[in-house]
Design a binder for this molecule. Sequence first.
Ligand code: HH2
Length: 286
Amino acid sequence: MTPCLSLRGKRLALVRPLLMGVVNVTPDSFSDGGRYLDADSAIRHAARLVEEGADLLDIGAESSRPGADALPAEEEMRRLLPVLRSCGALGVPLSVDTYKPEIMRLAVEHGAAMLNDIWAFRRPGAQAAAIAAARAGVVLSIMHMQRDPASMQERPEYADVVAEVRDFLAARVSELQAQGVSREQMVIDPGFGFGKTVTHNLALLRDLRALSLIGVPILAGLSRKSTIGAITGRASPDQRVHGSVAAALIAAQNGATILRVHDVAATRDALRVWAAVSGSQSADAS
Ligand code: HH2
C-alpha cells in the first residue's frame, strides 16, 4: 500500500517528495526576516510558493534562530491569523510552526492541517494541545532539538548524533502513539541546525535512512541554514539557494519525504531532474 499522510481528511500520497514552502511572518528569521512581516506581503509570498509547486506551506510567526527574542502569544497571533485565514484559499494544507499550546489551538480552529513544533510538543500544555489537534485530523511534526534556541549552538555534543536523534524521535513517536495519535498523523524531523554542528548535520544527512526504521515519514529542513553557508562560503542566507537545493536533493535521495524549503521552484527543478533520471514519479505528478 502506498504510504500517505492524512491531513484533516486530505490524503497526500507519499509517492514523491513533497515540498513544504516556508512562510516566515517575522522581522528576524535568519533566512528572510522582515521580508514578509506585513500580512499582505506574506500572503503574496505564500501564493507565489504555491504557484511554484509547494504541496503545503509552513507558516511561522516567531523566529527560532539562536538568540531570537521570545514572542508573546498575543503578538504571534496578531501576525499569524490574517495570513492563516487568507492562505486557506490557496488550496494546499497549511502547517503552523509554533510551540505554544494556545497558538496550536487557534491554528487548528482556523484550519491548520499540521502543527510543526521545534520542541516536539514537550513544552507545558503542548502535548495535550497536540493530541486534541490529532483527534481533529491534524498531522504533528516532531523535531529533534538539543537544549533550547537560546543555547543550542553553544558547543553541541553527542556521543553518536544519529543514534541519539533516532532514539529521541522514536521515543516521542511511541509516547504520542500511546496517547492515541496514529502513525499516519506524525512526521519526524532530525532538526538540522538545532543544537548541531556542521559535522553533526552532515552525519544526519548522510545517515538519514537510519530514521526510516521509526516508520514515520521524514521531514528535512536544511534550506539556507548556516551549515550550507559554512560549506559554500556564502555568508548571506539568500545566496545559499544552490547549496540548499543540493542538500534537499540528497535528503530526498536518503529518504526524506517532506522537504521544508524557502526556494520551491529551484528545489522542484532538481527533483524533476532526479525523477527523470531515476524513472520515479516527478515532483509534478500527484
Ligand atoms: N527550521 C526552522 C524553523 N522551523 N521546523 C522544522 N520542522 N524543521 C526545521 O528544520 C525548521 C523548522 C528554521 O528556519 P526558518 O523558519 O527559515 O528560520 P527562523 O526559525 O529564523 O524563522
